[in-house]
Design a protein around this ligand. Structure first.
Ligand SMILES: O=P(O)(O)O[C@H]1[C@H](O)[C@@H](O)[C@H](OP(=O)(O)O)[C@@H](O)[C@H]1O
Ligand SMILES: [Mg+2]
Ligand SMILES: [Mg+2]
Ligand SMILES: [Mg+2]
Length: 334
């Protein structure tokens, strides 16, 4: 059923419109990088930056969601003030009928707008976005001398996250990756995956990670002894250190990693709500490092102070949890 269809469940419409809204935010993010005026400001620290792309993407996402779902509660990473200066333009998602096949499980078909809490991360991977920009203005080509990876590849860590919660649970989500396909100049950039837990998932093919290996994906910029102890306890065959909470979960969905381990209080509800919903729609699991469900009520603390553990579909999440050392779990108390 098309999301525009009158009888479509509200949750299906929110997911369907959010795909178009996230794709539009991806255009804004790419345009600002192209113009090269990022307007970088520090938030809590020099490691916690915000760019004009974060602000403009958030304005476009939240004003559109507010217009079409005014009774829902919308929480964006970049706070209230970043939404105020409206240029009067509100993106219209209803014209985009590219999304089809969204199915909603019976227990979610009657969810009311007032029950929805929408967690928005307008640009996940700001550090990688700004580093790629720095590389460009300093004329780096190919492998970046300071980073040891190709500067352009950092752009692949950037995602736009729109997560939908009902009853404090992640139930729907959209992950847009604006620089997907950057390796093929001239090709269409960007891809978007969406899902409803217990319903359908779509937008990109799902691939299981390889047998006979255990590939862990984790932080590239917030390591600690606790983070590394948790990783070592799983005896991985490979560790991929990358940016972006959304990007790490995409790696689980496309078979590049078996598990995402982040034994640190670094990420927030807007980093995990959308990835959790899409991952669980695809058969995976996301919990905190103790194995507890992450709450997404409007009044939930924004910080995920007890870490993140996410397993690809078909992996034994409980077995991973059992291997996490007790001192790691003790270090990450709520
Ligand atoms: O939206 P941003 O601020 O880029 O989100 C951050 C997360 O908050 C942070 O936890 C992630 O840290 P790691 O790279 O160490 O996983 C960062 O990548 C972004 O997702
Ligand atoms: Mg984020
Ligand atoms: Mg962000
Ligand atoms: Mg941020």
């Amino acid at each position: 059923m098309s999301v525009a269809a009158k009888g479509a469940p509200l949750l299906s419409r929110v997911v369907g419109y959010s795909v178009a809204i996230a794709n539009n935010a991806g255009n804004i993010i790419r345009d600002i990088m192209k113009k090269g005026e990022l307007g970088i400001v520090e938030k809590e620290s020099a490691q916690d930056l915000q760019t004009e792309a974060d602000r403009a993407a958030q304005r476009s996402i939240i004003t559109a969601l507010q217009k079409y779902f005014p009774k829902s509660t919308i929480i964006g990473e970049e706070g209230e003030e970043e939404v105020k200066d409206l240029s009067g333009q509100v993106f219209d998602p209803t014209a985009d009928s590219s999304v089809s096949g969204i199915t909603c499980p019976s227990h979610l078909t009657s969810v009311a707008e007032e029950e929805l809490v929408i967690w928005v991360d307008p640009l996940d991977g700001t550090a990688e976005y700004t580093q790629a920009h720095e590389c460009r203005i300093s004329g780096h080509l190919g492998v970046c001398k300071t980073l040891g990876v190709s500067c352009e590849s950092l752009l692949d860590h950037v995602t736009v996250l729109i997560g939908i919660a009902s009853g404090g649970k992640a139930v729907g989500g959209v992950i847009h990756q604006p620089y997907y396909n950057y390796q093929n100049p001239g090709s269409k950039l960007g891809r978007t995956i969406w899902g409803i837990v217990g319903g359908s998932v779509g937008g990109m093919p799902l691939t299981a990670p390889p047998d006979g290996k255990l590939i862990v994906t984790t932080t590239r910029s917030h390591s600690s002894s606790t983070v590394n102890d948790a990783i070592a306890a799983l005896s991985p065959t490979e560790v991929l250190r990358v940016g972006g909470a959304g990007h790490k979960v995409m790696m689980l969905l496309e078979g590049k990693a078996h598990v995402y381990v982040f034994a640190s209080p670094g990420c927030k509800k807007w980093d995990t709500c959308a990835p959790q919903a899409v991952l669980e729609a695809a058969g995976g699991v996301l919990s905190d490092i103790q194995g507890k469900v992450i709450p997404y009520h409007a009044s939930a603390p924004h910080r995920n102070s007890t870490g993140v553990l996410a397993s690809a579909a078909g992996q034994d999440h409980q077995a991973f949890l059992t291997k996490i050392p007790q001192h790691v779990k003790d270090n990450l108390k709520a």
